[in-house]
Design a protein around this ligand. Structure first.
Ligand code: PMM
Length: 289
C-alpha cells in the first residue's frame, strides 16, 4: 500500500458507511450482505480502496462507543479483504484502527488527523500502513462552533503541517502520510469553496492530498431550487464529479466518493485528453526527501 501513496494518482476511494445515520448512505448498508455486496460493486466500478466507516461524522452527530463501532466494521472488513478488495478504515479511534488492520484493512483514514486519540500514531507506525490525516478541529457535535479562521487555506495548511510534524515525531515515515482538507468539518460552504479554489497552496505541504467533497451539503446548497431548499444528496452526483475532476486537475492525489463509476469515467476523460493540469504538475508528487 505504500506504493498507493506514491502513486501519481488519481486514486479513487469509494465510500462505504455501515452506519444507521450517515448523511448520504446512512442505513443502506447496515446489513452485512448489503455492505459487502456494495463494497464489491465499488471495487468493480474502479475503486482503488473501499473506505469503511462505522461512526457517522455528519455535523451534530452523537458519538457511539468503540465496541459498537468495531462490531459494525470488522465483519465487513474481513469479508471484503477475503474477497480481495483493498480496504481503508475510517476511524479516529486507535483501538478500532488496530482491530481493523488485524482484520485486513490496509490504510487508516483518520478524520481527526491523529488529534482524537493519542495512541493512533503508535498503531499506524507499528502497522507500517498509510495514514490519511484529515484537517479536524473537534467532534461532530461541536464542529459548527469551530468554523472560525483568519484565512481558511493558510490556517488549514498550518494545522495540517502540525499534524504531519506530530506524525513524523511519533516515528511514522513520511511516505505513509496523506493529507486531506476535511471539507465540511468545521467549515462553512464559503470555506469549502475557498479550499477547493486554492488547493495548490495545500499541496505546498509536499504530501499527497485526498479530496472528499462527495454529495456534501455545500453542493446541495449550490444547487438549491428556486424555493431555496438544498438539492437532496441523490441529486448532487454531477456536481460531485465536477469537484473530483477539478481537484485532480489541480494536483490532488485522490478523491473520496460515493458513486465510484461516475468519477472513474470522468477521470478517464481527463486522462484521455492528456491529463490537463490547472497548475503545472509538481516534480515527484510525494513528500520532500
Ligand atoms: N468525509 C466524511 C467521512 N470521512 N474522510 C476523509 N479522509 N475525508 C472526508 O472528507 C471525509 C472522510 C463524511 O462524509 P460521509 O458521511 O459521506 O462518509
Amino acid at each position: 500500500m505504500t506504493d498507493l501513496v506514491r502513486a501519481p494518482g488519481p486514486v479513487v476511494m469509494g465510500v462505504l458507511n455501515v452506519t444507521p445515520d450517515s448523511f448520504s448512505d446512512g442505513g443502506r448498508y447496515a446489513d452485512l450482505d448489503a455492505a459487502v455486496g456494495h463494497g464489491v460493486r465499488l471495487r468493480e466500478a474502479g475503486a482503488h480502496l473501499v473506505d469503511i466507516g462505522g461512526e457517522s461524522t455528519r455535523p451534530g452527530a452523537e458519538r457511539i462507543d468503540a465496541v459498537t463501532e468495531a462490531e459494525r466494521v470488522l465483519p465487513v472488513i474481513r469479508e471484503l479483504t477475503a474477497a480481495g478488495v483493498p480496504v481503508s478504515i475510517d476511524t479516529s479511534r486507535a483501538r478500532v484502527a488496530e482491530a481493523a488492520l488485524g482484520a485486513g484493512a490496509a490504510v487508516v483514514n483518520d478524520v481527526s488527523g491523529g488529534l482524537a486519540d493519542p495512541d493512533m500514531a503508535r498503531v499506524v507506525r507499528d502497522a507500517g500502513c498509510p495514514w490519511v490525516l484529515m484537517h479536524w478541529r473537534g467532534h461532530s457535535r461541536k464542529m459548527r462552533d469551530l468554523a472560525s479562521y483568519t484565512d481558511v487555506v493558510t490556517d488549514v495548511r498550518d494545522e495540517l503541517g502540525q499534524r504531519i510534524d506530530e506524525a513524523l515525531a511519533a516515528g511514522v515515515p513520511a511516505d505513509r502520510i496523506v493529507v486531506d482538507p476535511g471539507l465540511g468539518f468545521a467549515k462553512t460552504a464559503v470555506h469549502n469553496w475557498e479550499l477547493s479554489a486554492r488547493l495548490p497552496e495545500l499541496l505546498d505541504l509536499g504530501y499527497p492530498l485526498l479530496f472528499g467533497a462527495s454529495r456534501k451539503s455545500y453542493l446541495g446548497r449550490l444547487l438549491a431550487g428556486a424555493d431555496g431548499a438544498p438539492r437532496p444528496t441523490a441529486g448532487r452526483e454531477a456536481a460531485t464529479v465536477a469537484t473530483s475532476v477539478l481537484a485532480v486537475a489541480a494536483g490532488a492525489w485522490g478523491v473520496r466518493v460515493h458513486d465510484v463509476r461516475a468519477t472513474v469515467d470522468a477521470l478517464a476523460v481527463w486522462a484521455a485528453t492528456g491529463s490537463p493540469r490547472l497548475v503545472p504538475a509538481r516534480a515527484g508528487g510525494g513528500p520532500p526527501t
